[in-house]
Ligand binder design. Structure first.
Ligand code: FE2
Length: 671
C-alpha cells in the first residue's frame, strides 16, 4: 500500500469556499488511484484554508501527471462554487508534485489539473496529457465563443449583453472588486445628483461655475489642470505625457490640405527662424484628426451635437516646450476654414484649442483606449482560453494579464456603448458613430504600432525632449521583453520548436483571424517562425494589456475632470470665421448634466477598485519550476528599480508623470 500526502488550498475570496463534497483521483504513468473523498470537516474548504490529508493507494503510480477533482452537491448546494488554488501531492518516495489550478469549479462533475511543469507538445508527450489538453480546450471552446461586435472591428466574447453574470466564473470580478467598483460609481453619482447637476440641461453660465462640479472629487493633478489648461505649453505637453501620448507625429512637410503658411506662424517662431527651417530641423509636429471626419453624432438634451476633424501644428521651441502654432478645424481648406493662431484674439485661439481637445478626447477614448487596449486584450484573452491549455508554459505566462478583462468589456458594451448607454447621453458619438469610428481606427492598427519601440520610431519621436511616456514606456517594454525572453528560452530550445508547437500556432492564428480579421496589411503575424518573433509577440501582448492600458486609462480624471480640457461633446458647429466670444464658447461646451455624466465616468474609470494586481505581481503560482520562478523575481526587481527611478524624478516635477510607474500599472485591463 502506498501513502500519498495531499494538500488542497482554497482561494481567499469571500465566496471561494464550498460545503459541497470534493473527491480526488491521482493519475500517474503507472495507473490511477481510487476516487477518494476529502473528509468533510467544518474547516475544510473555508476561504483561505489549506487542507492536508493522506490517501492510500494500492500501488505506486509512478510519475504523477494529473489530479482529477470531482465536486458533488451536498444538501443541494448546487450553486456553492469552489475556488481551488492548487493541489500538492507528496509521493511515497517523498517526491513533491504540484498542481496549480487557480480556477472556480462551478458545477458538479470533474476537472483534470495537469502537474505544474510547463509542457509543450512534442512527439513524446504522454497520451494521458494529450487527452487532458484536448478535452480542456474542447470544453473551453464550447464555453468561450466569438461573436461579431461590429463590422471591421475585433470579435468579442459571445455573451448575451444583459449582464456580466453570464460570464464564466473565472472571468467575473471578485466580490470585493464588484463592491468597490459599485461604491466608486454610486458615491460620485449620488453626489452629482444631490447637488442638482444631473437634472440641469442648461449651458454653463461661466467657466468658474464648472469648478462647482469638478471639485466634487479631486486628484493630485486635477486642480492644477483647471488652473493651467489655457497655457499653450500645457496644451502641447499633453501630446507627450497626457492620456493619449501615441497620436502626435513629426511633420516633415505641411499637408496640402492644411492652409498654414510661413507668415502665419512667424510671430510664434520668432525672427531667427522660419517654418521651412524648423521643418528641416525636425522641430515641427502634427496632430491630425482626419479619422473623425463625417462620423454621425448624437442628439443630447434635444440638441444636435457636433464634431470637427482638425489638424494641429506644434513646434518644439528652444525652451524644449512643445507648443501649438496653428490649428485648422476642418480637413477641407477654403474661405470658411480659417487657420487659428496664437496671435488671434484670446477667445478665437481658446475655442480652437478646445475643439482640438474635444477631438483628442474622441480619438483617445475610442481608438487608443477602447480599441487598442480593451478590445485587443479581450481578443488575446479569449484566444488564450480557447487555444492554450493550462499546462502550456505560455498560458502560465500570460493568463495573469487577462484578469477581469472580459467583465469590464462586457460591462462597457452594456453600460456605455449600447443604444441608450452612457455614450449616447454624454458623448458626441453613440451607437451610430462609434462602430464606424472603430472600423476606421482598426484600419490604422498594425503590429508595429502596437510595439512601442517601432511605434516611437514610426512617428519620428525618438529624440523629442520631455517625452516621459516614451522614456518610462521603453524601460518597461525592455523589462517585459527580458522577462518573456527568459521564459521562452527556458521552454523552447530552437526555432523549429516554435514552428512545430501546434497549440501556440493555433493561438496566433486565431488572434490574427478573430482580432485582426485576417488583414495582412496590418503585418500582424498569422504564424510565428522563430524564438525571436515569439518573444516580440508576447512582449506586445503583455505590454498592451498592462503598461499601454495604464498610459491611456489612469490619467483620465486628472486630465478630463476639468471639462474644458477635454469636452466629451460640443453642441455648436466648429467656427467658420474668427470672432469668438466667451458666450460662444459656453454655448459650445457640453450642458451641465452632460458634464456631470462625463465626470462620473472619469472618476469611476480612473480609480482602481480594491483587488488590483500590479505589473509583475503574480500571487497565483502557475510556474512550479525554479528557472521561471527566478525569472519572475528578476522581473519584479527590475520593475522595483524602474519605479524607484520614476518616483525620484517625479519629486522634481511640477506636473509629475506617474501613469507608467510599475507600482501603479495593473497587470491587466480590468477597468
Ligand atoms: Fe480602461
Amino acid at each position: 500500500m502506498a501513502v500519498y500526502k495531499i494538500t488542497v488550498a482554497t482561494g481567499s475570496d469571500l465566496a471561494a469556499g464550498t460545503f459541497n463534497n470534493i473527491f480526488i483521483i491521482l493519475v500517474g504513468e503507472h495507473g490511477e488511484s481510487e476516487k477518494h473523498q476529502i473528509a468533510r470537516h467544518w474547516s475544510h474548504f473555508l476561504p483561505g484554508s489549506v487542507t492536508e490529508f493522506d490517501i492510500n493507494v494500492e500501488k505506486d503510480l509512478g510519475e504523477l501527471l494529473l489530479v482529477q477533482l470531482n465536486m458533488e452537491c451536498y444538501l443541494n448546494f448546487f450553486l456553492d462554487d469552489w475556488f481551488c488554488q492548487y493541489v500538492n501531492v507528496t509521493s511515497p518516495s517523498g517526491q513533491l508534485y504540484q498542481f496549480p489550478f487557480y480556477q472556480w469549479i462551478s458545477k458538479p462533475g470533474s476537472v483534470e489539473v495537469p502537474e505544474g511543469k510547463g509542457v509543450i507538445i512534442t512527439g513524446s508527450t504522454s497520451p494521458i496529457l494529450l487527452r487532458q489538453r484536448k478535452a480542456e480546450l474542447e470544453m473551453n471552446r464550447e464555453t468561450y465563443k466569438w461573436k461579431v461586435y461590429a463590422e471591421g472591428v475585433p470579435r468579442c466574447i459571445d455573451i448575451e449583453d444583459d449582464g456580466v453574470f453570464k460570464l464564466p466564473p473565472n472571468d467575473q470580478y471578485s466580490l470585493l472588486k464588484e463592491m468597490s467598483f459599485g461604491y466608486n460609481l454610486l458615491s460620485i453619482g449620488f453626489g452629482t445628483m444631490l447637488k442638482g447637476f444631473m437634472f440641469n440641461k442648461d449651458s454653463w453660465h461661466n467657466l468658474e461655475d464648472i469648478k462647482l462640479l469638478s471639485t466634487l472629487r479631486q486628484s493630485q493633478k486635477s486642480g492644477l489642470v483647471s488652473e493651467i489648461w489655457k497655457e499653450d505649453s500645457f496644451f502641447g505637453s499633453q501630446y507627450l505625457n497626457g492620456v493619449n501620448p501615441s497620436l502626435i507625429k513629426k511633420c516633415f512637410k505641411i499637408p496640402e490640405n492644411f492652409s498654414v503658411v510661413d507668415e502665419m506662424v512667424a510671430s510664434s517662431l520668432g525672427p531667427s527662424t522660419n517654418l521651412e527651417t524648423e521643418l528641416q530641423n525636425g522641430h515641427i509636429f502634427l496632430a491630425d484628426y482626419k479619422i473623425l471626419e463625417n462620423i454621425p453624432t448624437n442628439t443630447i438634451n434635444g440638441k444636435q451635437q457636433y464634431i470637427a476633424a482638425p489638424m494641429c501644428l506644434l513646434w518644439k521651441n528652444p525652451q524644449d516646450q512643445l507648443v501649438p502654432i496653428a490649428i485648422q478645424l476642418s480637413q477641407t481648406p477654403g474661405e470658411h476654414t480659417p487657420v487659428f493662431l496664437p496671435s488671434d484674439s484670446e477667445f478665437d485661439w481658446l475655442l480652437a484649442k478646445i475643439w482640438v481637445r474635444n477631438s483628442e478626447f474622441q480619438v483617445h477614448q475610442i481608438d487608443s483606449h477602447l480599441l487598442r487596449t480593451h478590445l485587443l486584450a479581450e481578443v488575446f484573452s479569449t484566444a488564450t482560453t480557447r487555444q492554450l491549455p493550462m499546462g502550456h508554459p505560455l498560458y502560465k505566462l500570460i493568463i495573469p494579464h487577462f484578469r477581469y478583462t472580459l467583465e469590464i468589456n462586457v460591462l462597457g458594451r452594456k453600460q456605455l456603448l449600447a443604444p441608450s448607454g452612457h455614450f449616447e447621453k454624454a458623448w458626441v458619438f453613440g451607437d451610430g458613430g462609434i462602430p464606424l469610428l472603430l472600423k476606421r481606427a482598426m484600419e490604422g492598427v498594425t503590429f508595429h504600432n502596437l510595439c512601442l519601440p517601432d511605434n516611437i520610431v514610426s512617428r519620428g519621436m525618438e529624440s523629442i525632449p520631455n517625452y516621459l511616456y516614451r522614456d518610462d514606456g521603453m524601460k518597461i517594454w525592455l523589462a517585459v521583453e527580458s522577462f518573456v525572453s527568459n521564459i521562452v528560452n527556458y521552454y523552447y530550445y530552437s526555432d523549429v520548436m516554435v514552428k512545430e508547437d501546434p497549440e501556440l500556432q493555433a493561438w496566433v492564428a486565431e488572434i490574427f483571424k478573430e482580432g485582426f480579421l485576417q488583414n495582412c496589411s496590418s503585418e500582424v503575424p498569422s504564424s510565428l517562425e522563430s524564438i525571436a518573433s515569439l518573444i516580440k509577440y508576447l512582449t506586445m501582448v503583455i505590454f498592451t494589456c498592462s503598461a499601454q492600458h495604464a498610459a491611456v486609462n489612469s490619467g483620465q480624471f486628472d486630465m478630463y475632470s476639468w471639462m474644458p480640457n477635454g469636452p466629451t461633446t460640443m453642441k455648436s458647429p466648429p467656427p467658420t470665421a474668427k470672432g469668438a466670444t466667451m458666450e460662444a464658447i459656453l454655448k459650445t461646451l457640453p450642458d451641465v448634466n452632460t458634464t456631470a455624466l462625463g465626470l462620473i465616468f472619469m472618476w469611476t474609470v480612473s480609480n482602481d477598485p480594491l483587488d488590483t494586481r500590479h505589473l509583475g505581481n503574480y500571487p497565483n503560482k502557475y510556474f512550479t519550476e525554479k528557472t521561471p520562478q527566478q525569472a519572475i523575481k528578476e522581473f519584479q526587481d527590475k520593475l522595483t528599480e524602474i519605479s524607484k527611478h520614476i518616483k525620484e524624478r517625479n519629486k522634481t516635477m511640477d506636473l509629475p508623470y506617474a501613469y507608467l510607474d510599475p507600482s501603479v500599472i495593473e497587470n491587466s485591463v480590468s477597468l
